[in-house]
Design a protein around this ligand. Structure first.
Ligand code: NAD
Length: 344
């Protein structure tokens, strides 16, 4: 399998392949960049079909963390790790301790945290072997409320830019996914008078938001065709794709989900349709900002830094407009410039 020639390799600084026969650990630590600080990014546990699939996922996520951390103004580089295996059956104390020893062996160049398939309890085991972890229980707590707050600020930035409005009063917003982030997002939007149309695969989650915030529920697939100002994806990635794009009736796409665009070219398609896109890793950085304060936690300080998402997005929108480029391309360009400056 080629590694350096992989498209996703994209100038990664270091990749560590980790294997521990005793615990069954097979993991890959990807360090994309340490130009702005230690490479920070979560540890994903997933039953990948192939080792190559695991590597490519790690590489893509790792580069994404470089861009996210740079755009959020954090003193972090970007990295990510993947543990190959079913989180329901392969987890053990020995496995996470072995992973912790590998993290420790790279002396702080990579700092890990929870991600899909891992929990704060797993990271607490990793912490027994290395100090290089973030997101421990009892420190900064659940990052989701801060992520939601950042997405709310990001939606306000997009509404101001696209619709010239300072308030969300009467703005129609379709929220897809009412989990940890979606629920808190709906709360902020409702408090400012937005009109909510919501969906989820979980009936109870819908009922809670309908009851608490007077939202209107719609079918899972009908969320794309709602006559709204904003579509806020807060469930899965890749929901803006060839199939959904022609159906969108919104003028803004802005939500918490990672990898909203199925492919980069869908950013061009959104631009061509006059739909403003708030790049995912810019608008959903509230959680990592919250975690960055955990060694001396102050909610006020974390909120103040998360407030910057508004201005960061305005800058992306303005530059995209003046240069005639899609917002996702402009965000990548700005992130790369910040990293290059850090490297110097
Ligand atoms: P979550 O698992 O708590 O919530 C996701 C919700 O989406 C669930 O209620 C689920 O039932 C629903 N859902 C799943 N498939 C759906 C579908 N097809 N249609 C409608 N609803 C569906 O996750 P979360 O922590 O709220 O995160 C939401 C998104 O934001 C994810 O993409 C995540 O990667 C991203 N994100 C989260 C954070 C954070 O701090 N939690 C930070 C950055 C990015």
């Amino acid at each position: 399998m080629a590694v350096f020639n992989l498209r996703a390799y994209d100038d990664h600084e270091q990749i560590v392949f980790c294997s521990d026969a005793e615990s069954g650990l097979k993991a890959i630590i990807c360090i994309h960049s340490t130009a702005l600080g230690p490479a920070v990014g979560g540890c994903r546990m997933w039953e990948y079909n192939t080792d190559e699939g695991a590597l490519v996922d790690g590489l893509r996520l790792s580069r994404g963390m470089t861009y996210k951390n740079a755009m959020a103004g954090l003193p972090f580089g970007g990295g990510k790790s993947v543990i190959i295996g079913n989180p329901k059956t392969l987890k053990s104390e020995a496995l996470f301790r072995a992973f912790g020893r590998f993290v420790d062996s790279i002396s702080g160049r990579y700092v890990t945290a929870e991600d899909v398939g891992t929990s704060p309890a797993d990271i607490a085991i990793v912490h027994k072997e290395t100090p290089h972890v973030l997101g421990l229980e009892g420190k900064s707590g659940d990052p989701s409320p801060m992520t939601a707050y950042g997405v709310y600020k990001g939606i306000k930035s997009a509404v101001k830019f696209k619709m010239g409005r300072d308030s969300l009063e009467g703005v129609r917003i379709a929220v897809q996914g009412l989990g940890h982030v979606g629920y808190y997002l709906c709360k902020h939007l409702h408090e400012e008078g937005a009109k909510l149309i919501v969906t989820d695969i979980n009936k109870e989650s819908i009922e809670r938001v309908v009851r608490d915030f007077g939202a209107t529920a719609c079918d899972i697939n009908a969320i794309y065709t709602q006559d709204v100002d904003v579509y806020a994806p807060c469930a899965l990635g890749a929901t803006v794709n060839d199939e959904t794009l022609p159906r969108l009736k919104c003028s803004i796409v802005a939500g918490a989900a990672n990898n909203v665009l199925a492919e980069d070219r869908h950013g061009i398609a959104l631009m061509n349709r006059g739909i403003l896109y708030a790049p995912d890793y810019v608008i959903n950085a509230g959680g990592i900002i919250n975690v960055s304060f955990e060694n001396n936690y102050s909610k006020d300080a974390a909120m103040a830094k998360t407030d910057n998402i508004y201005a960061t997005l305005t800058n992306v929108f303005e530059r995209a407009k003046s240069e005639g480029k899609p917002t996702n391309v402009v965000a990548d360009e700005i992130a790369r410039q910040l990293v290059a400056k850090g490297r110097k």
